[in-house]
Every structure is written in structure tokens, then in C-alpha cells.
Design a protein. Structure first.
Length: 169
């Protein structure tokens, strides 16, 4: 988790194909675009609904299958299982990656001035300069680690008691 996110942030810093924009308003009643949900038995899960970003290329639609890449907020340490913390809202500035320019010069109707989603998918990050460090991985993985340690202990106790108990035969 840490290596994958760190690699994506490094690519974001080095790649010029990333574009910035502002999340446009839409007809949805809520202004929440992306959030991070925590659980005891799995790592954090990012949820992202479809939205449109206004960029210098024009309005780019971002589908629901896009990957949200955001540092883990400290607030997640006090959330209950199943609760989430908002990372992106309507009007926030974001950085988009994964769009490619379509250049099919052979056919006049296949070209496009606006970029389209590339084969590797779309990545959305908040435009803050926050870096993703090992602390964010620890914030995301402490709950599953504790839960699996407790499960392992509960399974191992009967076996340990059987080994420690004196044999009467």
C-alpha cells in the first residue's frame, strides 16, 4: 500500500501529463465527491463517485472507476468501523492523471481536442502538497493488524493450553 501510493505520488511529481482543475458543481444533493472508509478487517477503502473537473482543456468527466489517491487523514484513527472521512468536495482543486490525447489522424471523426481516459485508468489526487509517508500507511493498517492479531491469539490459545497442560497418560 505504501509503495504503490508513494510510486503514484512520485509519478505525479515527475509526469507532465497530469492536469489540474476544479471539481465542477453537478445535480447531486451532496457535495461529497471522495472519501476514505475504514474497517477492522480490511485496509482503508477509497470511495469516489463520478464527477466533472473544469480544466484548461475544458470539462473532463471522471468516471466512478477512477482511483482516489490521498494521504490518510489523522481523523481516521478515531472513526468507528464503517465510517468514512471526506477527502474531496465539490469546488476542491484536484490533480488528474491517466488522460491521454487521442490522435487518430487517419480518420477525421476519430480525433478529439480533449483528452480521453487512458488504458491504465484515471488517478485523482487533491492538489495539496501533502506527501504520502509511512505514517499514512500505519494509520490505514493498524486496525486490520490488531484485528488479525486478536484472531490469531484466539485460535492459538487452545493449542498452547494443550501443549502446556500435563499429560495423564
Amino acid at each position: 500500500m505504501w509503495v504503490r501510493s508513494r510510486r503514484a505520488f512520485r509519478v505525479r511529481e515527475l509526469d507532465r501529463a497530469w492536469c489540474t482543475g476544479v471539481i465542477a458543481s453537478d445535480d447531486e444533493p451532496t457535495d461529497v465527491i471522495g472519501c476514505i472508509e475504514v474497517s477492522w478487517l480490511r485496509g482503508p477503502r477509497t470511495l469516489l463517485r463520478p464527477f466533472t473537473v473544469t480544466t484548461s482543456w475544458g470539462d473532463l468527466p471522471v468516471p466512478s472507476g477512477a482511483r482516489l489517491l490521498a494521504p490518510m487523514p489523522l481523523l481516521t484513527s478515531v472513526l468507528r468501523s464503517g465510517e468514512s472521512v471526506v477527502v474531496l468536495r465539490r469546488g476542491d482543486r484536484v490533480v488528474l492523471g491517466g488522460f491521454v490525447e487521442r490522435t487518430d489522424g487517419d480518420h477525421p471523426f476519430r480525433g478529439s481536442a480533449a483528452p480521453i481516459p487512458g488504458p491504465d485508468g484515471i488517478v485523482v489526487t487533491p492538489s495539496t502538497n501533502a506527501t504520502y509517508g509511512f505514517t499514512h500507511t500505519a494509520l490505514g493498517m493498524w486496525r486490520p493488524s490488531v484485528a488479525y492479531l486478536l484472531i490469531l491469539t484466539a485460535v492459538a490459545i487452545p493449542s498452547l493450553l494443550a501443549v502446556i497442560a500435563p499429560s495423564r497418560y
